[in-house]
Design a protein around this ligand. Sequence first.
Ligand code: ADP
Length: 191
Amino acid sequence: MRVLSVLGRPGAGKGTQVKYLQEKTGFVVINTGQMLRERSRANDFLGRKLKEILEKGLLVPTPVVFSLWMPLLEKTREEGVAQGVIFDGNPRKFYEARMLQEVFDMYGWQDFRSCYIRITEEEARERLLERGRDDDTTEEIESRLTWFKTDVEPVLEHYRKQNLLIEVDGSRSITDVHNSIMEELKDFLSA
Ligand code: ADP
């Protein structure tokens, strides 16, 4: 099993690129944001809490995201059909990266890479205001840019030190970014 984590500031094009990668690889995609938005529709304590957190653009507590990931990872492992898993925009904290590593060790999944799609804060702001999704208001965007710095950058640093990080310039066209990712991940994807 191969595991790919696609990281980048909000608006970097993670979702866009993950979609292309999924088409090419057939890997199972874990879209945590979407899972959380779905869970937030339930009118129970966790549902209401998640709604509030998502509206503010804050990070969801790690145990909650693992409670969503684990059944999906377990199902993927059990079925044994897909050749890999793609985490769209996760892990978001250093200790989430460590905890995920424990999960992969347990499963014997040793083939891991992270792909960082790099754009500046300015580009992120511009693209998100254009996209105009419900949670893309100025305040939410700023809070997401803040935790990218405080929480996700240490994750990138961690993977970089372990030589697990590939980086692509996300300011180019969707096709150019895609081609760079395919080139950088050539060995990983064909292994
Ligand atoms: P993320 O998942 O990283 O938040 P998305 O894939 O949702 O990013 O893309 C955010 C916005 O930027 C979307 O409106 C998308 O169409 C646009 N976008 C994605 N990639 C590019 C690109 N390479 N150049 C210009 N706009 C892009």
